[in-house]
Design a protein around this ligand. Structure first.
Ligand code: 6R9
Length: 632
């Protein structure tokens, strides 16, 4: 078993700057008592709680009659249903985007796109991408955004699965100084999608791109034909807003379907409280709009609060590793939100790229996407937050729609690596993975499930409701299963251990890959680490670790030193059987380390690497296979 939850973790109090009303606005949730009051109400009286927030945060064309219905067992979750036919409903404020959104909405209508149709969006990080989301929402069409780094094959699968007959794209994208041939990728995908009637092309670079005059439409030509007024298609709270594909541990990507009322409410409420949004703030979420983080915290959460949101088109290293900090300075960003992978990357390049940049506008900084190792947390806190900004380590998923376990910046002291407490309405339950029994002790270690539906939970997997039930509600009957392992310490703080399939059992010792990776990262030479469990006849599993070294440390460290490092930090039972020092780790395009691939390579099952459509650098695979072979 892991002894991790019994360890003493350093506690960081709420930085005094945040509570100084001369410098910072008073946090919305400014004490643990206030959190507790609201949290308890959200669990004990969810109907009253969410009804109040729904009226406070959203505009309803016609008041809802039922707050909440359905359960996990039947998979028929619904929130804020209205009694009548859908000629009435809710509307959202689109602010300055309104005119462009209306024009585009009229373009879509003029080509026959109507309520309930799906529209594929394959766009770079330009404002027209946001306009595309909102134009769909305005006419009740369902957007299905595909990250513009996916291959034509992956795009084709998603267009076909969602039956999208209209595609919105651009001629080319620009990223990190490189040009991406977006239109060519779309052409290759659409060639095998007879269902697609039209492809609308936004001119981003102006390069000459192939254009099929019967199928393709130029954005700038079409927009000019339309007036900047388009009535809102009133929808029911439970009408779909979007589909977003995510990969499961196995099998083909799942199209998670989110509905309008519940998703919007979850986005709006969490944005305000987790990022402590106040009028005038500039929200800097560095995610891509192609992932759920972009959907919720670049677009819907900020816009539902009338906030200003930064859309970042480039990469953290272009043209230099100071790019983020120049962006913060230039736009006076108040909340900065990124992923641990970016933090590790920038830590690897050194703090000299941060120094000299005025980051004084920052009030809080956030992370999302994977467990953050305390070493990366400390660097983020010291170098970026200057120990003055609370860190919100927000745990959530494509499926959850918005944050579910997260610090509230003005209310909770934080511990590096912990996502702290449940958000309103979320009742986490830790189960024993084998027996499925609830572990009721405060200090607990097990799999993370949630007891009851909350407004922004995905309602189904598009066209595959049975798979939705199988994946999320049948592992542990009556609970939503997150797929993540979790620990709860004596203070009730939650520690996400990573996907359950990333937990390793060595001679009965349960170890999380994140735990061993953290140990490796403490070593001064190590930049990144990924740990996998490998079958062993004697011990059940043994540990194999892949590491990359900081650029200036290459050649200085050997594998024995790294093994000793883990032994020293955790104990001899955790010592990796093997350590591979490699050039790079395989990652998804959103930056998650693909341990599944490493596991297969180590096991010699290189003919069974599975779905590789999400890997950002496919050429790495053969290099890793050689590295592993040569070290044996
Ligand atoms: C928002 C997002 C979801 C998976 C999730 C978990 C991991 C996300 C995390 C975290 C530890 C955090 N994850 N946030 N793990 N701490 N703060 O990333 O959605 O792409 O669907 O991934 O990411 O393993 O299950 P998604």
């Amino acid at each position: 078993m892991s002894a991790d939850h019994k360890m003493e973790h350093p506690i960081h109090p709420i930085p005094s700057r945040l509570l100084n009303e001369k410098i910072c606005p008073k946090p919305h949730i400014d004490s643990i008592q206030k959190y507790k009051e609201l949290y308890e109400e959200s669990i004990d009286n969810p109907d009253e709680f969410w009804a109040r927030l729904a009226k406070e945060f959203l505009h309803w064309h016609k008041p809802f009659e039922t707050v909440r219905s359905g359960d996990f067992e039947h998979g028929n979750i619904a929130w804020f249903q209205e009694a009548d036919e859908p000629d009435q409903g809710r509307k959202v404020t689109y602010g300055e985007l309104l005119r462009d959104v209306c024009r585009l909405a009229n373009v879509l209508k003029s080509y026959g796109v109507k309520k309930g149709d799906t529209v594929a969006i394959y766009m770079p990080m330009v404002p027209e991408a946001v306009i595309s989301f909102l134009a769909c929402a305005r006419i009740g069409a369902i957007h299905s955004v595909v990250f513009a780094g996916f291959s034509s094959e992956a795009l084709k699968d998603r267009i076909l699965d969602a039956s999208s007959k209209f595609v919105i794209t651009a001629d080319e994208g620009r990223r990190g100084g490189k040009t991406i041939n977006i239109k060519k990728i779309v052409d290759a995908a659409v060639k095998n999608c007879p269902i697609v009637e039209h492809v609308l092309v936004f001119r981003r670079t102006g390069s000459d791109v192939p254009f099929n005059s019967t199928r393709d439409l130029w954005w700038h030509d079409e927009i000019k034909k339309q007036r900047p007024h388009c009535p809102i298609q009133i929808v029911n709270a439970e009408d779909p807003l979007f589909i977003l594909y995510t990969s499961g541990s196995t099998g083909k990507p799942k199209g998670l379907l989110h509905t309008t009322g519940g998703y919007l409410l979850g986005s709006a409420v969490s944005f305000k409280y987790v990022f402590d949004y106040h009028e005038g703030d500039i929200h800097g979420c560095m995610a891509d709009i192609g992932w759920v983080t972009g959907h919720t915290y670049i677009i819907y959460g900020p816009l539902a609060n009338g906030a200003t949101s930064v859309l970042f088109e480039s990469t953290p290293l272009y043209p230099s590793p100071s790019r983020y900090w120049e962006t913060v300075k230039k736009h006076k960003v108040t909340q900065f939100y990124t992923a641990p992978t970016a933090i590790r990357l920038l830590r690897k390049h050194g703090k000299e790229h941060v120094e000299g940049h005025d980051l004084s506008s920052l009030r809080l900084i956030g992370t999302v996407g994977e467990p953050i190792q305390p070493e990366a947390w400390d660097w983020y806190n010291d170098v970026i937050g200057r120990k003055e900004c609370p860190i919100v380590d927000t745990y959530w998923q494509t499926e959850t729609g918005s944050t579910i376990i997260t610090p509230l910046p003005g209310a909770f002291p934080t511990k590096p690596g912990s996502a702290v407490y449940p958000f309103f309405g979320i009742e986490p339950v830790i189960l024993d993975p084998i027996t499925g029994e609830e572990i009721k002790d405060v200090e607990a270690e097990g799999v993370l499930t949630i007891r009851k539906p909350w407004p922004s939970i995905a309602r189904t997997i598009y066209n595959d409701h049975e798979r939705y039930l199988d994946t999320y509600f049948r592992h542990y009957h009556g609970y939503y299963f997150t797929g993540d392992g979790v620990g709860r310490d004596k203070d009730g703080y939650y520690w996400i251990r990573g996907r359950v399939d990333d937990v390793i059992n060595v001679s009965g010792h349960r170890l999380s890959t994140a735990e061993i990776e953290s140990a490796l990262l403490i070593h001064p030479s190590v930049a990144e680490a990924a740990v996998v469990g490998v079958h062993d006849d004697l011990t059940g599993q043994c540990v194999h670790a892949f590491t990359t070294l900081k650029t200036d440390q290459e050649g200085t460290t050997d594998v024995n030193e790294l093994k000793l490092q883990v032994r020293n930090v955790i104990g001899s039972f955790a010592t990796p059987r093997r350590v591979y020092i490699v050039k790079d780790l395989p990652k998804t395009r959103s930056g998650k380390i693909m341990r599944r691939i490493l596991r297969k390579i180590v096991a010699g099952e290189t003919d069974q690497l599975g779905d590789l459509t999400t890997i950002s650098d496919p050429s790495l695979i053969s290099i890793l296979i050689d590295d592993v072979k040569n070290s044996n």
